[in-house]
Design a protein around this ligand. Structure first.
Ligand SMILES: OC[C@H]1O[C@](O)(CO)[C@@H](O)[C@@H]1O
Length: 605
């Protein structure tokens, strides 16, 4: 990534320099020991730097402070990708209930929309996002994360311009949403990818979860703005909220120019010094700090392993690599199930659903739901770390199952049959609120978190792209078919979502390994070694070098065969081995060779 013209030093770099000159950093922070890249790195698990290494190279072992402007800037600026996504999701449900919007674009008496037209207008965004998500990973690998983020922001703006410049043509609106969707989809992969590649590992989970937090904030903001504008005269009702949509990509595209390129991308493109500097700045330490050395070594090892395996690793290895078919299918299933929980039934059609229940101002109801969604995502950031992914997802799914069963039963048996309309409506809204709280604390953020954790680095971009595409496909299917389905089976539609929530609990119980508190390498090992998901929480990982990870395996192209690195070094001959078909006994693999651990405690059983 070339330096931005006229900006040799970013604003944040400047702050760091200022802090050093003004004595705001410890002596150790600014220690200047020179350590060649890729040299032995002290292991963090041992609680500090390797003594020999420290003696030799004066490794900086100063305390890392994570609550610094750079981290906040990264959380705020990059998460705007989520805000753009949420804002677009939230605003459309309000538009569909605005008089002026209905008069101009509606095609049924009322004025109203036919199911096909409303489904197309709502759903085309998701088709765009699907294409954007799939296309973004390879493009980001070629041009870099920052350039792509700026480009997807521009694409989104073009989409908004197409929409805002029509006053009569509904298809122009739909096409504009499709183009804007390309941008949203691209950012939906780029945002978590940039964050997870650049953030210090201690705050990586929280930073990636900020993505979902900003999605919910975007939905809430759109509801508030719709509420303020829906009584305005003429097209300002919907053009104002639509126009406000320009502000976020503008901030994001400008802000990202002040951040540095992802160190992983820099390293892969030969900018090793830049990568080291970025990591040091992310951690807020000197380049000789043991964390920086450790990360540089890990990046190097993985990069060397990829190249030593005999060439480029193709996208289909996301299915043929070690335990990759299982993981990719699981990622696809989890993202599909995240949509099939039915949350977007409320976020896309909430205003319409509650108008149907007979609420005088359905915009207010939407604001309440949007507020619950946003507010409850904060405890969600706690839940994900403290209760573990599996427990939270299973409990959340059962919770949402219960809510939808009640929502559907009351809606169908009381509301549709004209009995107790007022009470029935109130109870349905309460259960919708309880449902959204459950979703916001569990499936909303946690699915993005587990998707970012369960794939080895080598395949992460591809697998995240494929999984996110599944999220968008189901997002589209639900948004497009909801009007048809509700007109055919009314509130019994809720039973379909209830069944999917229950399936979600089963899928997590039987297939997802617990990743909370584990390093990415340990998670990878659990899958490769077939640790039974039900026992994964208590599984004890083999130590250090013993840890089998897909990234350490020297895979041949196609990833069907594995070569093992000889102890002497990378350049020596490779020994050919079978793909490890580890058995179910934890810590034991049937692959011969010293790199496979013996049963280590074997608690997983
Ligand atoms: O918070 C609700 C929102 O979260 C998502 O599921 C993404 O994680 C969106 O599809 C939905 O609109």
């Amino acid at each position: 990534m070339p330096q931005i013209v006229g900006m040799p030093m970013s604003f944040l770099d400047w702050i760091d320099t200022y802090r050093v000159f003004h004595g705001k950093k410890s002596k150790q922070d600014t220690a200047n020991a020179t350590v060649p890249s890729g040299e032995t790195t002290p292991r963090q698990e041992t609680g500090g730097p390797d003594p020999t290494f420290a003696e030799k190279a004066e490794v900086d072992n100063s305390k890392i402070r994570l609550l610094r402007p750079r981290i906040f800037a990264m959380a705020l600026i990059v998460s705007i990708g989520g805000l753009i996504f949420g804002y677009d999701t939230g605003q459309i449900s309000g538009f569909l209930a605005m008089d002026d919007f209905l008069t101009r674009f509606g095609n049924e008496p009322g004025p109203a929309f036919s199911n096909v037209r409303s489904g197309t207008i709502v759903g085309l965004l998701s088709i765009g996002t699907l294409i954007g998500a799939i296309g973004s990973a390879p493009i980001a690998d070629i041009f870099g994360r920052r350039v792509c983020i700026v480009t997807w922001c521009l694409v989104f703006c073009v989409g908004v311009i197409i929409q805002i410049s029509t006053e009569q043509h509904w298809y122009q609106l739909a096409i504009g949403r499709w183009v804007a969707g390309l941008g949203v989809g691209g950012l939906s992969v780029l945002t978590p990818m940039y964050q997870s590649e650049t953030a210090p590992r201690q705050v990586r989970g929280a930073l990636v979860s900020c993505y979902q937090l900003f999605i919910t904030f975007g939905i809430w903001l759109a509801y508030m703005i719709n509420f303020g504008s829906h009584t305005m005269a003429g097209s300002s009702q919907w053009k104002l909220p639509m126009g406000i949509g320009f502000i976020f990509p503008a901030i994001m595209a400008t802000g990202i120019c002040f951040l540095r390129e992802s160190p992983r991308w820099d390293y892969r493109h030969g900018k090793i010094d830049a990568a080291r500097t970025t990591i040091a700045k992310s951690y807020g330490v000197s380049e000789s700090h043991y964390e920086v050395q450790r990360e540089m070594r890990e990046i190097k090892e993985k990069f060397d392993a990829e190249n030593a395996g005999g060439g480029k690793h193709r996208w289909y290895e996301a299915f043929t690599g070690p335990r990759m078919a299982y993981r990719t299918c699981l990622g696809v299933a989890l993202q599909a199930l995240q949509q099939l929980t039915g949350a977007n039934f409320f976020f896309y059609y909430g205003t319409t659903v509650f108008a149907g229940i007979g609420l005088s101002d359905s915009f207010v109801t939407s604001i309440i739901l949007g507020t619950i969604n946003f507010a409850m995502t904060f405890p969600g950031l706690y839940v994900v770390e403290h209760f573990g992914r599996r427990r939270a997802l299973i409990a959340g799914a059962l919770w949402m199952f219960m809510c939808f069963m009640i929502f559907a039963s009351i809606g169908h048996f009381l509301l549709e049959e004209g009995r107790q309309t007022k009470t029935a409506g109130t109870v349905m809204i309460i259960f919708t609120a309880i449902f959204i709280a459950g979703y916001a604390m569990t499936w909303g953020p946690i699915v993005w978190a587990v998707i970012g954790e369960m794939f080895p680095t080598r395949y992460r971009a591809t697998c995240m792209g494929i999984s996110s595409a599944s999220n968008w496909i189901w997002n589209f299917l639900i948004s497009f078919f909801t009007p048809f389905i509700t007109s055919a089976i009314d509130y019994r539609y809720g039973y379909v979502f209830a069944a999917c929530c229950f399936t979600g609990a089963l899928v997590v119980y039987f297939f997802l390994c617990e990743s909370s508190g584990r390093s990415l390498e340990e998670i990878d090992t659990m899958y490769i070694m077939h640790v039974p998901p039900t026992k994964s929480t208590k599984w004890i990982a083999p130590e250090g070098e013993e840890l089998v990870t897909a990234d350490r395996l020297f895979l041949e192209p196609g990833a069907r065969n594995i070569r093992k690195e000889e102890a002497a070094g990378m350049e020596t001959a490779f020994e050919r081995e079978e793909v490890p078909m580890a058995n179910d006994r934890v810590g034991v693999s049937d692959v011969s060779g010293s790199w496979v651990p013996e049963a280590s405690g074997g608690r997983g059983g």
